[in-house]
Design a protein around this ligand. Structure first.
Ligand SMILES: Cc1cc2nc3c(=O)[nH]c(=O)nc-3n(C[C@H](O)[C@H](O)[C@H](O)COP(=O)(O)OP(=O)(O)OC[C@H]3O[C@@H](n4cnc5c(N)ncnc54)[C@H](O)[C@@H]3O)c2cc1C
Length: 440
């Protein structure tokens, strides 16, 4: 076993994961068996783009999947790819977009792997049209410690398929994934951007524009108050239809080390928010954006998570059902603004009604709010307790992929199908998240 620097994206909890390189599919089962004999349980580790502890093994010993990054097959007539689970979404796009095929669902980072995208059943800026990633998985291969290798599909080994989509890596190690891609007329996005004055304007805007736009998302000024509560900048768009499939290279910068003290504080966030909001002039701005800038703006700064310093940060992401969204989000935003806590990374997104095949998938029809908070034990604990209570009362839920704090009771109430997942869990797999929320 070797020491390694594998961590979750929020760097909180501070729990480096140990691992040994894994390069071949036919060694996964032996490694799974070996880990369960030597350390008890383990967990597949994708690319560590989950923020909290759902990608951390309860034993802190993981099976690193990034070495399994080969394409197995592709049908470019019908837009179907089969690839090992450690292939990243960016690697899929590099092959598929020039051929006119887009990922039907992509999160805000291209560095997530196929295995990670399945295990968290990730969603993107087009949930209202395409649902979650799992809606587009045609087939996957699963390796378990207690069964022979098996393939799962919507109509084959259905219970395990549904449990694996959004199953937090607990139902087995995903060996490969077969995915249906989406045809597009261009890799570029024709974007409309406009600023909105408050939460009510966002709700009206997104409700209206969802009908005609594939993508929609908003940045929100989490410190605005009063009549400006929830103000921000709304961006929506569709793939352009001019047949340009280029993938322009982007200048990538990097945060070279973990900052000793985080520059993210109430003063800098307030200043940034003012400037960012005002930079967007009144009226609709039309633009054309390349895919990397539109889908993955944060990926252009490698290791941006290091700006939060040694203590790291937590993201609080919830989704509130449509009927309660306005009232609950108003109270949440007021609570956050009054706490003078939060960061400039604050996102509002509308989720649609398309059901996921996943047993415990996060999205539901309603509105999702996601905010990053520098890790400050006492302040976050008090603030999150208030926010969680609002979410629970409104019938919403928190996103396990981003979580490092929710209580077991909160999780079990919000995701009643957790017991079915526990029944189908591979006994050799256990995460810190699952142990924290279901086993104590
Ligand atoms: C900048 C940024 C933006 C993001 N935006 C979004 C967004 O818009 N929407 C969204 O939904 N998420 C978003 N995320 C979260 C991210 O997409 C998910 O956490 C994703 O699951 C990370 O994938 P990963 O490959 O890094 O997996 P990891 O984080 O390493 O692991 C995630 C889970 O997948 C499991 N897993 C990984 N590989 C396998 C495998 N081969 N077999 C079985 N289980 C496996 C792990 O056990 C773990 O439970 C964002 C993250 C970042 C950093």
């Amino acid at each position: 076993m070797c020491a390694s620097t594998l961590r979750s994206w929020g760097r909180y909890p501070n729990a480096p994961q140990s691992s040994e390189p894994l390069a071949w599919r036919d060694s996964i089962r032996a490694r799974l068996a070996d880990a369960s004999t030597r350390v008890g349980t383990t967990l597949a580790f994708g690319n560590g783009r989950s923020y909290g502890d759902s990608c951390l093994a309860a034993t802190d010993h993981v099976l690193p999947m990034r070495g399994l990054a080969r394409f197995i097959g592709a049908d470019w007539t019908n837009g179907v790819v089969r690839a090992e689970a450690g292939v990243t979404l960016g690697e899929v796009l590099a092959l598929s977009l020039p051929r006119g095929w887009m990922l039907p669902v992509t999160p805000g980072t291209q560095f997530a792997t196929l295995g990670g995208a399945v295990a968290n059943d990730v969603h993107g800026k087009n949930h209202h049209v395409r649902g979650t990633f799992g809606c587009h998985v045609l087939r996957l291969s699963l390796l378990r410690s207690d069964r022979a290798p098996l393939e799962c599909a919507p109509d084959e080994e259905t219970a395990l398929f549904r449990a694996t989509i959004g199953g937090l890596g607990l139902t087995g190690v995903i060996e490969w994934v077969e995915l249906q891609l989406m045809p597009v007329q261009s890799s570029h996005i024709a974007v409309s951007r406009l600023r909105y004055a408050n939460l009510d304007e966002f709700l009206a805007l997104s409700r209206g524009r969802d009908a005609t736009n594939e993508y929609g998302v908003a940045w929100v000024d989490c410190l605005a108050r009063g009549a400006a509560l929830g103000r921000g900048v709304y961006t929506c768009g569709n793939h352009a239809n001019d047949g340009d499939f280029s993938l322009p290279a982007r200048r990538v910068r990097s945060v070279p080390f973990v900052m000793p003290v985080s520059p993210v504080n109430a003063f800098t966030v307030r200043l940034f928010n003012q400037l960012y909001y005002r930079r967007q002039r009144p009226g609709i701005e039309l633009a054309r954006m390349d895919p990397a800038s539109f889908f993955y703006p944060l990926d252009s700064i490698r290791n941006w998570n290091r700006i939060y310093g040694r203590r790291g940060f937590q993201q609080h992401q919830c989704v509130i059902p449509e009927a309660n969204a306005r009232d609950a989000l108003r109270v949440m935003l007021r609570t956050i603004s009054a706490s003078a806590n939060g960061s400039f990374l604050a996102v509002l997104k509308r989720c649609g009604a398309l059901a996921s095949p996943g047993l415990i998938s996060f999205p539901m029809r309603g509105v999702s709010l996601a905010l990053d908070f520098p890790q400050e034990e006492r302040r976050n604990t008090a603030l999150f307790a208030r926010l969680d209570a609002i979410v629970a009362e409104a019938g919403g839920r928190l996103y396990p992929a981003k979580d490092a704090h929710m209580s077991g009771e909160h999780f079990r109430t919000a995701y009643p199908a957790w017991q079915e997942l526990e029944r189908l869990r591979d006994p050799a797999l256990m995460s810190r998240f699952w142990k924290r929320t279901t086993q104590t």
